[in-house]
Design a protein around this ligand. Structure first.
Ligand code: ATP
Ligand code: MG
Ligand code: FE
Length: 352
């Protein structure tokens, strides 16, 4: 059984084809991705209308690329999956519309997938896939959650951010330092040359005793600290000497990562589980991976990540999540191709 997956929730158009074997995990046959980041950089963030229009331009050529790369044709597609939410409504509608039109033309069923379930299950595409149950740290541009995951569709949220997401904290801090949107990866690269102890920044909710996060205050602290440095140097924040910028970046990254690591360990302790899955764009962060690996190794806890290039949005994770849902008994819709999208959609609202 072949599943075509289409992702269009934000500023990446992703298409992928996975095969569901008689036994074992679904296998990725091919995937293709187009990132709109360069287009949105001029505006300092994602412009929803431009995102929708660009998804329209990209989605069919990417689909053709995936079919060609996998040596398959549309006739081989058994189920068409798409990201149903959460995300930008207009952007989601492009993927949903194309998926349902394709399915209708082919006479094949469709399946709407939760974007965060895609992130969550993306480590199953790696060479070292996890096993259920596990604790999941979902750290993306729009979400920061700790979850207990007992199987496909069996998600219990243990804690989440009460304001900004971790990726957002990276991106907003990066912007203060003059780095281009989305900035998280650039900030972490800049941090490699800096001293993480140069500036004392808050670790919000570190000792709150629960598993919630808060990053808005940290962003403000970065703004205040950057302003102080800039005043001392008599320049604007982004024009600070490279060494100062690197120290600010390293101090910011250290604060975010320390909170993520500490809370993940608390979640593992509370649940008694011995497996941690990290997913979402911030899961690509090197310091986060190093510190989690080091801490978890001491506790005999196994940590699983998506492959680096599958941490941020992609079609492979959507096709994979659909395939795993089909494997666990979900029926794709065959009769009607009327569709809707869910711009707001909590992950624990879906079931097995
Ligand atoms: P959501 O999935 O919550 O809707 P999203 O799809 O925008 O949000 P992702 O694509 O999972 O989020 O991740 C993008 C985020 O990951 C951005 O905030 C980006 O800066 C951040 N990011 C990517 N690479 C790194 C890195 N190496 N270090 C820190 N942050 C990173
Ligand atoms: Mg993106
Ligand atoms: Fe995402």
């Amino acid at each position: 059984v072949c599943v075509l997956g289409i992702e269009s929730s934000c500023d990446e158009t992703g298409v992928a084809l996975v095969n569901i074997p008689a036994q074992g995990l679904p296998v990725l046959l091919a995937h293709a991705l187009y990132s709109q980041i360069a287009m949105h950089q001029a505006y300092g963030g994602v412009v929803p209308e431009l995102a929708s229009r660009d998804h329209i331009r990209r989605v069919l050529p990417l689909t053709e690329e995936v079919l060609a790369d996998s040596g398959r044709s549309l006739a081989d597609v058994d189920v068409v999956a798409f990201t149903r939410g959460p995300g930008l409504a207009g952007a989601l509608l492009v993927g949903a519309g194309v998926a349902c039109a394709l399915a209708a033309a082919l006479g094949k069923p469709v399946l709407g997938v939760h974007h965060l379930e895609g992130h969550l299950l993306s480590p199953f595409l790696s060479a070292d896939p996890p096993q259920f149950p596990f604790v999941a740290l979902l750290v993306s541009g729009g979400h920061t959650q700790l979850m207990r995951v007992d199987g496909v569709g069996r998600y219990q949220i243990l804690g989440e951010t009460i304001d900004d997401a971790a990726g957002e904290a990276f991106d907003k801090s990066a912007k203060l330092l003059g780095l281009a949107y989305p900035g998280g990866q650039a900030l972490s690269q800049l941090a490699e040359q800096g001293n993480p102890k140069a500036y004392k920044l808050p670790r919000p909710l570190l000792h709150s005793g629960d598993l919630d996060f808060s990053f808005a205050g940290l962003k403000t602290a970065v703004m205040v600290q950057t302003g102080k440095c800039a005043q001392a140097q008599g320049c604007a924040g982004p024009d600070l000497p490279p060494g100062v910028l690197a120290d600010l970046a390293a101090s910011t990254q250290a604060a975010i990562v320390e909170v993520l690591v500490k809370k993940s360990l608390t979640a593992l302790k509370q649940t008694g589980l011995k497996r941690l899955v990290v997913a979402g764009g911030v899961g690509a962060n090197r310091l986060l991976r190093e510190q989690l690996n080091a801490e978890c190794a001491q506790l005999a806890i196994k940590v699983h990540y998506p492959e680096l290039h599958l941490c941020t949005d992609n079609g492979a994770m959507i096709a994979m999540a659909a395939a795993m849902r089909l494997q666990s008994g979900e029926q794709a819709a065959t009769q009607t191709y009327g569709f809707d999208v869910k711009p707001r959609w909590p992950l624990d609202a879906i079931t097995a």
